[in-house]
Design a protein around this ligand. Structure first.
Ligand SMILES: *[C@@H]1O[C@H](CO)[C@@H](O)[C@H](O)[C@H]1NC(C)=O
Ligand SMILES: *[C@@H]1O[C@H](CO)[C@@H](O)[C@H](O)[C@H]1NC(C)=O
Ligand SMILES: *[C@@H]1O[C@H](CO)[C@@H](O)[C@H](O)[C@H]1NC(C)=O
Length: 303
C-alpha cells in the first residue's frame, strides 16, 4: 500500500504509529461514534421502491431537470449576509485540505451529509474565508431546514446520495432519543431497540454524479463524505474518468479497507487519518495535486 504522510520530515515513527492505529481502529466500535445532530440510519432490511426514473441513466437529461427543479436549492446571493449562530470553526480536516491546496480560493466542495451547514462543517470555513462555493447534501428534513436558513453560498440538495448508479428511494429512520449520537446501526446490534427509532419513511436518493451534472460542475476540489455507513457504496458510483476530485475525506468506518482499495485503484494516495473527539476521517489526495506540493513539504512512503 502506498502511504503518504502529511508530516514535515519525521517520517519513521509517526508514520508507523499511524498505520498501526489505522489497522487497529477498524475494530474499535466507539471510534465511529460521533456527536452529530439527528443522524439517520439505514433501516435493516430496507425496501427500495422504484421511481419512474429509477431505470434512467445517471446522465439522463430528464432526470437532471427533475433534480434541478425539485431537489436543488440555489446558492444564496453573495450580498446576503449568512445567518450563522457561532463564530466559524475551522477543524483539522479543513486545515489539511487548505494546506494541500495551498490556501486555494474560489474552490468547489461537496459536503454530504451537510447537517445544518454549521455544526462541525468542514466546508463552511472554505466558503467564508476562501470564497469557495459548493454542493451541500442533506436528506434529513430537520437539519435541512436549518441549513437552508443559514444562507450559505452553496447549492443545497435535499436528498440522499444513492448507493447505486441509479436513483432510488430508501427507507430511513431517525433515532428518537439519541439526537446527539450517530453511528452505523449494525454496530449497535443488541443495543438499540426497535422502539428507539421513528417510523421508517422514504427518502429520495440520487447518484452524486447526477447532482453534479444538474449543477453543471464536474471539477471538484474537495469532497467530504460522512453519511453514516453508505460511504463505500456512494464512492463506487462515481465515474472518476468523468469527474475530477482533488481531495476526499471519508469518515472512518468498518468499510474503510474497501474504501482505501477502491480509491487507490483510482489512483488516489492516502494522506492521513485524522482522529480527534468527534472526528475520525481518512484523507485521500489525487496525484495530480501531489505534484504541486513543495518537495519536503509532504513525505511519501511505500508499505
Ligand atoms: C495559508 O494560510 C495560513 C493561515 O492563514 C498561513 O499560515 C499559511 O502560511 C498559508 N499557506 C500558504 C501556502 O499560503
Ligand atoms: C436564522 O437562524 C436562526 C437560528 O437557526 C433561525 O431561528 C432563524 O429563523 C433564521 N433566520 C432566517 C431569516 O432564516
Ligand atoms: C456504476 O458506475 C461506476 C462508475 O461509472 C462503474 O464503475 C460501475 O461499474 C457501475 N456499476 C454498475 C453496477 O453498473
Amino acid at each position: 500500500m502506498t502511504y503518504v504522510s502529511c508530516k514535515k520530515v519525521q517520517r519513521g515513527t509517526i508514520l508507523v504509529g499511524e498505520l498501526v492505529l489505522f489497522l487497529l481502529g477498524n475494530y474499535l466500535i466507539y471510534s465511529t461514534i460521533r456527536l452529530i445532530n439527528e443522524n439517520w440510519y439505514y433501516l435493516p432490511g430496507h425496501t427500495e421502491t422504484d421511481l419512474d426514473f429509477s431505470s434512467m441513466e445517471y446522465d439522463d437529461l430528464g432526470l437532471l431537470r427533475f433534480i434541478k427543479q425539485n431537489y436543488l436549492n440555489d446558492p444564496a446571493d453573495l450580498e446576503l449576509e449568512r445567518n450563522l449562530t457561532k463564530t466559524v470553526w475551522k477543524g483539522p480536516v479543513t486545515e489539511l485540505v487548505l494546506k494541500l491546496l495551498h490556501n486555494k480560493s474560489n474552490g468547489f466542495f461537496i459536503e454530504a451529509g451537510a447537517n445544518d451547514g454549521e455544526f462541525l462543517s468542514n466546508s463552511l470555513p472554505l466558503e467564508v474565508y476562501h470564497d469557495w462555493s459548493g454542493l451541500l447534501v442533506e436528506a434529513d428534513p430537520a437539519p435541512l431546514q436549518r441549513l437552508l436558513s443559514k444562507r450559505r453560498k452553496a447549492w443545497v440538495a435535499g436528498c440522499c446520495l444513492s448507493p447505486f448508479n441509479n436513483s432510488v428511494k430508501i427507507n430511513m429512520v431517525t433515532h428518537k432519543e439519541w439526537n446527539g449520537i450517530g453511528n452505523i446501526p449494525s454496530l449497535f446490534k443488541g443495543v438499540v431497540k426497535k422502539g428507539d427509532f421513528s417510523d421508517p419513511f422514504e427518502v429520495q436518493c440520487f447518484p452524486l454524479y447526477s447532482l453534479l451534472l444538474a449543477i453543471g460542475r464536474t471539477e471538484v476540489d474537495y469532497l467530504s463524505l460522512d453519511i453514516e455507513g453508505a460511504e463505500y457504496e456512494v464512492l463506487k458510483t462515481i465515474p472518476f474518468d468523468k469527474v475530477s476530485i482533488n481531495i476526499i475525506s471519508v469518515e472512518f468506518n468498518k468499510k474503510s479497507r474497501d474504501i482505501i482499495k477502491l480509491l487507490h485503484k483510482h489512483g488516489y494516495k492516502s494522506v492521513k487519518r485524522i482522529r480527534q473527539p468527534y472526528i475520525d476521517d481518512l484523507i485521500f489526495i489525487n496525484p495530480k495535486i501531489l505534484k504541486t506540493l513543495r518537495p519536503g513539504q509532504f513525505t511519501v512512503s511505500h508499505h
